[in-house]
Design a binder for this molecule. Structure first.
Ligand code: MG
Length: 268
């Protein structure tokens, strides 16, 4: 069952999302060669708690970190630790924040210094596929429209979609119905209704779609060792269109990075 949220409840998730976005900005400013993922984790936890929030991931099914930090061929669920970022890496940072019992969930993949053209295009294309999905978060559309939008956009850019990992509903719990695959057929699946809140999260590789689980039992890598990317927003379906509850702002200014949905989607 997909739990619909009232406008006031969506505002509560947006308040959680605001802390989350500030956390990601803080982390972005700390990304440089030599910084360990444990240091990023500690900074995130400190900041989230300073804002009255709780890092949702910490202790979730025994996960030891406050964030997931997944470099290069690691797609998701990286346990923060001694790994030190290197120039040319890409690093996926996934953050969950619980505030007053409401969860928001978002992720971005960052470049460490300047990265190669292929890595940068992987990041850009994966973010674009997320934007394409957000654009489909309209009352009356179907979930398959969202899934298909990710797939069509990412595959048009030559990326592979990881099919064994999916997005999800979010609210009082981090993982609610529905599951949101990053592939699918338009016009299929449940109808999107006002008050649904979705964590949409394209996970892509520059190589093949197969994955393997790391020896720690958490981290998930591309099977072929290819570079990977992960972008995620928490989005509410509202009568006024999609409302991104974890809006990303470019470091240099005010403009949310919402590409072609700007003007149609409400931000924040
Ligand atoms: Mg998620």
């Amino acid at each position: 069952m997909i739990i619909r949220k009232s406008p006031a409840e969506i505002d509560s998730i947006a308040a959680s999302g605001a802390i989350l976005v500030r956390t990601l900005h803080l982390l972005e400013r700390q990304i440089r060669p030599g910084v360990t993922t444990a240091e990023l984790d500690a900074a995130a936890e400190r900041y989230i708690r300073s804002q009255g929030g709780v890092p949702t991931f910490k202790g979730y099914r025994g996960f030891p970190g406050s964030i997931c930090a997944s470099p290069n061929s690691m797609i998701v669920h990286g346990i923060p630790g001694p790994y030190a970022l290197e120039r040319g890496d890409v690093i996926s940072l996934d953050v969950g924040v619980t505030l007053d019992g409401w969860v928001s969930d978002a992720a971005r993949t960052f470049a460490v210094g300047s990265v190669g053209v292929l890595a940068q295009s992987l990041l850009d294309a994966t973010e674009r596929s997320l934007m394409a999905a957000v654009e489909q978060c309209i009352v009356g559309n179907r979930l398959g429209d969202v899934s298909h939008a990710v797939q069509a956009s990412a595959e048009a850019d030559g990326l592979s979609i990881v099919r064994t990992l999916v997005g999800h509903g979010v609210g009082r719990n981090m993982h609610e119905d529905p599951q949101i695959p990053n592939f699918g057929d338009p016009g299929t699946g449940p109808r999107l209704e006002e008050g649904m809140v979705l964590a949409i999260e394209p996970m892509t590789t520059a190589g093949g779609p197969s994955v393997r689980v790391g020896t720690d039992g958490w981290s998930i890598y591309s099977q072929d060792g290819s570079l990977t990317a992960h972008f995620e927003f928490t989005v509410a379906i509202t009568a006024d269109g999609p409302r991104v509850l974890t809006p990303w702002h470019r470091p240099d200014g005010e403009e949310p990075a919402l590409g072609n949905i700007r003007g149609r989607a409400r931000v924040g």
